[in-house]
Design a protein around this ligand. Structure first.
Ligand code: BEZ
Ligand code: MG
Length: 570
């Protein structure tokens, strides 16, 4: 490539990354019980909510209405043309201005504004603004404190659905008693349609990077995520296997139907599913459905090169005389009554010597098989580390669906304990590190990112972003603890997946420790979390994830000593 074309390509890539960072909805501070979002956050939320078609409410996305009035098929089509296009900038700007008018002057004014600015018919946008007006009213008043008092008095609290606010605004008003889903309704029809895009994008990304499809993939499924998305993760697993759910006379998804290879147009991918304890408790029929799907696919009379499930299982039976029922086991979770992987605790307490111990702990905790035996009887949680190990030994990629803009992979320790833990378990069992991916069903267009890209994105939009950390620091002591949590969770991605660029640790040091003013602010607010943060950076160095100059290390050691000398009565 000639130098100027190369330069242009790199500038286009950089610009795409900047837009990606800019368009993230960034939570600015912790939720305070009983407090409604401030006007900026409210406008951001409304804009995000208004960016999705909602056929269930007869409501169109404002972005699509604007695109169509301009003679374009849909906003999705505009997004296909890369980040640097004028049509997209214009649609985004008009959407933002419309929400500003809506917030200041209400639904009628917003409809008239959209008509004059983008020629969108008032009748076409009315349902969208009526829905936004409803949502706005609920955002302005919530019953969280009232509900808390009722709960403490043992009184009745009205139920409400559990979901992400952008995915399902009916979660409002908050302060209700969250109810889950009917497990038989999962995956919903809408989730199954959405999941196709993500599953295909995942396979496309892997193929672009490796020149072939992954012979097996390990997937993490969580309960709350599948409540929020009505089973998007479950539906992605079904797509990867190449089956669709079938509903019985009572409209329950209790069976599957094989999608013919001619329609699928690609091989069926083997999927090892590790489900959380919460998923196991909530979605027992769904686990049966997933097990049924793998069994059905394994028994299809199809060539090995188009059916990796069948090929892997046959290889396993041939090489170790395993029974079909053992070789086909793909759904794993904790022992009944147990939850979590404990990988997060092992990392947070620095209680490990070799990284492989983290993967081993994952398997110890999550190797309980949920399947059927040769007589067709249900097996609920049989300890089977060797079956899980054999299944993981063929895995080339690991994957988890992100479901909410509020909670990302460095906000909580659970992402690294699950996706990081399983990736480390694969690494030693398959003798090679898997490619690790996350999908982002948070924005109107589905994206697959590698773990490394996701860590960078979260670091830039949250941990190192003044908008994010200043929001946290408004919460004083707790805010510093949140910053420290982010650093530890980031470190968790080094420990389990070696997915953190060294510059991230350098910039964490520069931002929170080596800037004298910031250091003093944090020390005043919470010296204990600040000490943990400094120690975690030193641990990142000691474990080989970061190699700064000796001078930086000396400064770091000095800071730890200084902080440690603070009397605990402070
Ligand atoms: C779940 O929803 O299944 C889940 C939630 C938090 C941590 C781990 C799993
Ligand atoms: Mg989540």
């Amino acid at each position: 490539m000639n130098p100027s074309a190369d330069r242009d390509r790199r500038i286009a890539e950089l610009s795409e990354q900047l837009i990606e960072i800019e368009e993230r909805l960034i939570p600015t501070g912790l939720h305070v019980l009983g407090r409604s979002p401030d006007s900026d956050k409210r406008a951001d939320l409304l804009r995000m909510i208004a960016s999705f078609d909602r056929p269930e409410h007869g409501v169109r996305a404002l972005t699509n209405l604007i695109a169509e009035a301009a003679g374009i098929d849909s906003y999705e089509e505009v997004l296909q043309h890369g980040p640097n296009n004028e049509a997209r900038e214009l649609i985004d700007r008009i959407t933002k201005e419309t929400i500003e008018v809506f917030s200041a002057s209400g639904a009628d004014a917003a409809g008239e504004f959209l008509k004059s600015r983008a020629n969108v018919e008032i009748e076409a946008s009315r349902p969208s603004f009526e829905l936004l007006a409803d949502i706005g009213r609920h955002l302005d008043s919530n019953r969280e404190l009232e509900a808390l008092m009722k709960a403490l008095r043992g009184e009745y609290i009205e139920p409400g659905p559990g979901a992400d606010i952008v995915q399902n605004p009916l979660v409002l008003p908050t302060g209700r008693n969250t109810h889950a889903v009917n497990p038989y309704s999962v995956p919903s029809r809408a989730a199954f349609i959405r999941a196709k895009t993500a599953a295909e994008a995942l396979l496309r990304r892997y193929r672009d990077e490796h020149g072939r499809y992954p012979q097996a993939l390990a997937m993490v499924l969580w309960g709350l995520d599948n409540i929020k998305t009505q089973g998007e993760g479950v539906a992605q697993a079904l797509w990867l296997l190449g089956v669709r759910p079938v509903r019985d006379a009572l409209n329950r998804a209790t069976d599957i139907e094989v999608i013919p290879l001619e329609e699928l147009n690609r091989p069926r991918v083997d999927v090892v599913m590790t489900v959380s304890g919460i998923f196991r408790d909530l979605f027992t029929p769904t686990m049966t459905l997933l097990d049924k799907a793998v069994r059905a696919v394994a028994q299809l009379d199809e060539p090995f090169e188009m059916n990796y499930v069948r090929r892997n299982i046959q290889e396993r039976i041939d090489s170790s005389a395993a029974s079909f029922d053992d070789a086909v086991t793909r759904v794993f979770s904790n022992a009944p009554g147990n939850y979590g992987t404990n990988v997060n605790f092992m990392v947070m307490q620095s209680a490990w010597q070799n990284e492989s111990a983290l993967g081993d702990l994952f398997v110890t905790r999550k190797c309980f098989a949920y399947t059927r035996d040769s007589r067709g009887c249900t097996v609920e949680g049989r300890e089977a580390p060797e079956l899980m190990g054999e299944a993981l030994a063929r895995v080339k990629a690991t994957y988890q669906n992100l479901d909410s803009f509020e909670v990302g992979i460095t906000d909580v320790d659970h992402y690294f304990e699950y996706l990081g833990g399983i990736s480390k378990a694969v690494e030693s069992r398959a003798q090679s590190r898997p490619s690790i991916y996350l999908s982002d069903s948070l924005s109107p267009h589905t994206r697959i990112r590698s773990l490394e890209e996701t860590v960078r994105l979260e670091t830039r939009t949250k941990t190192l972003n003044p908008k994010w950390y200043e929001g946290m620091l408004k919460h004083g002591f707790r805010g510093v603890a949140e910053i420290e949590n982010h650093v530890t969770n980031t470190f968790g991605w080094s420990a389990t997946a070696n997915a953190v660029d060294p510059w991230i640790y350098t910039e964490i040091g520069n931002t929170f420790l080596f800037d004298e003013q910031m250091f003093e602010r944090l020390r005043e607010l919470n010296p204990y979390s600040l000490e943990s943060l400094a120690k975690r950076l030193l641990e990142a160095h000691e474990r080989g994830y970061w190699n700064p100059d000796e001078e930086v290390l000396e400064k770091l050691r000095g800071i730890i000593e200084r902080l440690h000398a603070i009397p605990t009565s402070l």
